[in-house]
Design a binder for this molecule. Structure first.
Ligand code: ATP
Length: 523
C-alpha cells in the first residue's frame, strides 16, 4: 500500500507487542507507538490542522521524532524535517518557505524558533525534554484519542526535506507517499531475508536525512523490527549499543565505519550480533570497507541515492552477487542510465570496475540519470530548478543526479565522483575520489579529502587534506611522493596539508566547499 501510515497500521496488527523503538535501554511497543502517534495526530486535528499542513520536526534521533512523524502523516499533514544542528538563520528560511504551522523541537532549540517566528506561519511550538518560553511540552500537546488514518493519494506529498544548500539556497524536495513507500519496501527486499521482525537496527543516521528516515526507520517499522534511536554519533557509544542490545543491522555513512576501525581498541569490539551492514551517502573507500569486514566478519552492502530519489536508486546486493567498489544494480522498479551532454546513452564497459588510471574515461562516463516511483514530484515552488533537474525523453521524465559514473554490461554501476567536485587541471579532469582512495591505502592516513584549488597556470590544481593516524611518522612531503609514485603526474596533489579533522556534515560528508573557502581566505 502506498500510504505510509497504512503500512505501519498493518505492522501494529501483525506485531503489536514487538518493540518498535528502542532508546537508552527502554523499549516502546508497536501498540504504544501507535497510541502515541495517534495522540499527536489527534492534537493536530484539535487545532484544526490536517491535510497538507506542514509540521516541522527539528529534533535529533529521539522517540518523539518517529511519533510526530507518523502522527503528522496520520492526520494527512506533511513533515518538514530540519537538521537539529541548524541555528536560527538556517531554520528561518526552511520555516518560511514551507509555511510550517507547527514545530516540534528540543526545549533547548526553542529560542532559535522564537528568534525567527515573526517571519513565519508557525502557530504552535512543541518542546521535547523540558519547558521553554513560547512552547507547549510534548506530553501536554498530545490528545489521547485514536483518530482514523486520513486518506492520501499516491502522489500526495508526505515529507518535504530540504537540500543542504551547498549549491545555493536549500530547496524543498516534495516526496510523496508512493515515493517513500516504494523505497522503504525496496530497502527491505534487497537484503538477504528482508528486514525481519526480530531485526534490531542501529539508528545512528540522522532521521532528518532521507537515508535514516526511509532506509532505517521506515523500512524497519514496515516490517515489525526495532528501530534503535541514537541521537548523536560516537563510535564507542554505537559499538556499546550494538554489543549490549545485540543489534542485527547497522547502516552508516563511510565516515562512521572509518571512525570505528580507527578506535584504539577496535580489535576488541564484539560485533558478532550484526548480520549485515549498509553504507551510502558518499562512496566508501575500499580500504575502509575491507578492514571493517575483516575485523568484524560482516559484509557491508553499498547503496546509492539522493534525497530527491527517496533515496535508493542502486544497491550492491548480495542477491545480485555484489561487486565491491560498485554501487550495484538499479533497484527493481527504478530505471537508470548514463548519458552524455546530448542526452545520448553512453556505452557500457565490458566488465567493471575499470582501472581509471589506464582507461580513457571520455566516452565511457557520463551523468547518471534515473526515473521511477521513487523520484520526487519536484522542488517546492521552484519552476526553474525543476526545469534543470529533469529531462523528458521517450515519454519518460529523467532526473539528473549530478553524478559522474559508468556502468558495465552486467548492469553494475560505478560512481566516479560528483560533477561539481571534478578538478580541471591544465585541461585534464581529476576525480578527487580516485586520489582519496589511494590516500586511504596508506597506513599513516586516518582520513583524507581532495579538492581543487586555484592555480594561475593550470586553472586548478589538486590539494589533499590529510588527517594522519596518531602513531603516524610521515611528513606531507612523503605523502606527496607516495601519490606521485602511484598516480599520473597531473593527478598527484601538489599540496598536502595535515589537519586534525575534516569539516563534515551531520551525514558524514566532507564539506569540500569549506576546504575550498579556506584556500581562498588564506590567499
Ligand atoms: P546537496 O545536494 O544539497 O548538496 P547532499 O549531498 O547532502 O546535499 P544528498 O541528497 O544527501 O545531498 O546526497 C546525494 C549525493 O550523495 C549523490 O548525488 C552522490 O553524490 C552522493 N552519494 C550517495 N551515495 C553514494 C555512494 N554510494 N557513492 C558515491 N556517492 C554517493
Amino acid at each position: 500500500m502506498t500510504n505510509i501510515v497504512t503500512n505501519i497500521a498493518e505492522t501494529v496488527e501483525s506485531h503489536g507487542n514487538n518493540a518498535a523503538i528502542g532508546f537508552q535501554g527502554e523499549e516502546t511497543s508497536y501498540e504504544e507507538f501507535w497510541a502515541q502517534s495517534g495522540a499527536f495526530a489527534a492534537a493536530l486535528e484539535e487545532h484544526g490542522l490536517g491535510e497538507d499542513d506542514r509540521v516541522a520536526i527539528y529534533l535529533p534521533n529521539v522517540p518523539p521524532f518517529p511519533i510526530a512523524f507518523h502522527g503528522t502523516l496520520r492526520a494527512g499533514g506533511v513533515v518538514v524535517p530540519m537538521n537539529p544542528q541548524y541555528k536560527a538563520r538556517e531554520i528561518g528560511h526552511l520555516l518560511a518557505d514551507s509555511e510550517a504551522k507547527v514545530v516540534v523541537t528540543l526545549a533547548d532549540l526553542v529560542p532559535f524558533v522564537e528568534e525567527v517566528r515573526d517571519d513565519t506561519d508557525v502557530e504552535h511550538v512543541v518542546s521535547v525534554g523540558g519547558d521553554a518560553d513560547g512552547a507547549t511540552p510534548f506530553e501536554e500537546f498530545l490528545v489521547h484519542a485514536d483518530p482514523e488514518i486520513t486518506d492520501r493519494a499516491d502522489d500526495d506529498v508526505a515529507v518535504q526535506p530540504y537540500t543542504s544548500g551547498t549549491t545555493g539556497q536549500p530547496k524543498g524536495v516534495q516526496l510523496t507517499h508512493e515515493n517513500l513507500t516504494s523505497n522503504a519496501t525496496a530497502a527491505s527486499e534487497l537484503i538477504p531475508d528482508g528486514i525481519r521482525p526480530d531485526d534490531k537496527q542501529l539508528g545512528v543516521l540522522p532521521l532528518f536525512h532521507i537515508y535514516g528516515m526511509t532506509v532505517v526507520m521506515n523500512a524497519t517499522l514496515f516490517n515489525g523490527g526495532t528501530y534503535y534511536a541514537v541521537p548523536e554519533w560516537d563510535a564507542q557509544n554505537a559499538v556499546s549499543i550494538i554489543e549490549d542490545e545485540e543489534l542485527t543491522i547497522m547502516h552508516g555513512v563511510p565516515a562512521m565505519y572509518n571512525d570505528v576501525i580507527n578506535q584504539p581498541d577496535a580489535e576488541s569490539f564484539d560485533l558478532s550480533s550484526l548480520r549485515l551492514c549498509g553504507v551510502g551517502g558518499s562512496g566508501i573507500p575500499t580500504e575502509v570497507l575491507r578492514t571493517f569486514e575483516d575485523l568484524y566478519d560482516v559484509e557491508i552492502y553499498e547503496g546509492y541515492g539522493l534525497t530527491e530519489t527517496s533515496p535508493i536508486t542502486h544497491f550492491n546486493s548480495p542477491i545480485d552477487g555484489r561487486r565491491v567498489g560498485s554501487i550495484g544494480k538499479t533497484v527493481p522498479g527504478v530505471d537508470s542510465k548514463v548519458v552524455d551532454e546530448n542526452f545520448e546513452e553512453v556505452t557500457a564497459v565490458e566488465s567493471g570496475p575499470i582501472d581509471e588510471d589506464e582507461a580513457d574515461l571520455d566516452g565511457i562516463t557520463g551523468e547518471i540519470v534515473v526515473s521511477g516511483p521513487n523520484v520526487m514530484n519536484g522542488y517546492y515552488r521552484l519552476p526553474e530548478a525543476n526545469e534543470e533537474a529533469f529531462t523528458e525523453a521517450d515519454g519518460t521524465r529523467w532526473f539528473h543526479t549530478g553524478d559522474v559514473g559508468y556502468h558495465d554490461e552486467d548492469g553494475f554501476f560505478y560512481v566516479v565522483d560528483r560533477e561539481k567536485h571534478v578538478i580541471v587541471t591544465g585541461g585534464y579532469n581529476v576525480y578527487p575520489r580516485e586520489v582519496e582512495e589511494l590516500l586511504f591505502e596508506h597506513d599513516a592516513v586516518a582520513d583524507a579529502a581532495v579538492v581543487g584549488i586555484e592555480d594561475e597556470r593550470r586553472g586548478e590544481t589538486v590539494k589533499a587534506y590529510v588527517v594522519p593516524t596518531p602513531e603516524a611518522d610521515v611528513s606531507p612531503e612523503e605523502i606527496k611522493e607516495y601519490c606521485l609514485e602511484n598516480l599520473a603526474e597531473y593527478k598527484h596533489p601538489r599540496e598536502v596539508e595535515f589537519v586534525e579533522e575534516l569539516p563534515r556534515t551531520t551525514t558524514g560528508k566532507v564539506q569540500k566547499f569549506k576546504l575550498e573557502e579556506r584556500e581562498v581566505a588564506a590567499e
